[in-house]
Design a protein. Sequence first.
Length: 238
Amino acid sequence: MDYNEARLIGTLQADPEIRTTNSGSTYANLRLMTEVPYVKDGEQKTSKEFHRVVLFGKLADIAADRFKKDQALLVAGRVDTREYEDSEGVKKSITEIVARDAVLLSNSPEGIQHVNSVMLVGRVGQDPKIGNGFMSFGLATKEVYGTNDDRKEKTTWHDVAVFNENAPAEGSVSKGGSTVVTGALHTRSWDSNGQKFYRTGIVADNVSPFTPPAKAPEQTNEEEGSRRTSRGAPAPFA
């Protein structure tokens, strides 16, 4: 049993970008900012995280009609990573939230309670790397989409980092193990050969082994097949 769910409450950083897939379906790209509190050296601090969100179908139509910059928005969906080539032919990756639901909370960002929450159930790719006060590993989640006659499967890899007191017991996370991860999305950036690169992962607040229940019939999403088209390189954050 794999599970991939993200929930965000934040503010829109720009008006939606409305585009069309190769098959003619409408989709909307959103840029959402959430604020994540943390403690450093005994002092309460806040970091800002910027998320790319994509909406399809009716949600895209609603976004085009109602969503505007600086509004407060709730988004629920799955974490998805895809690769693309930029204008210079350099391979890069992008992580997006493919929204299942998006709700306008307020026309003003004032007073909202930001949320940046992820829950994953998947399998560990390799034995974790252990550092000074942290653990990191890759987690794979799978989804099935398409029709009963044309079922497809996609694997998404997630970078997971666990720090200090949140680290699980030694030996409880290992290659191939089914694992539950909860935490928050975090994007880091770096420069290499004059290129800017971004990588989004999960900073975990809990990691634990998962024992799957009896297998239930898999559900498919007939619309998902039409969504799996190349959307090219993303627009840069403002």
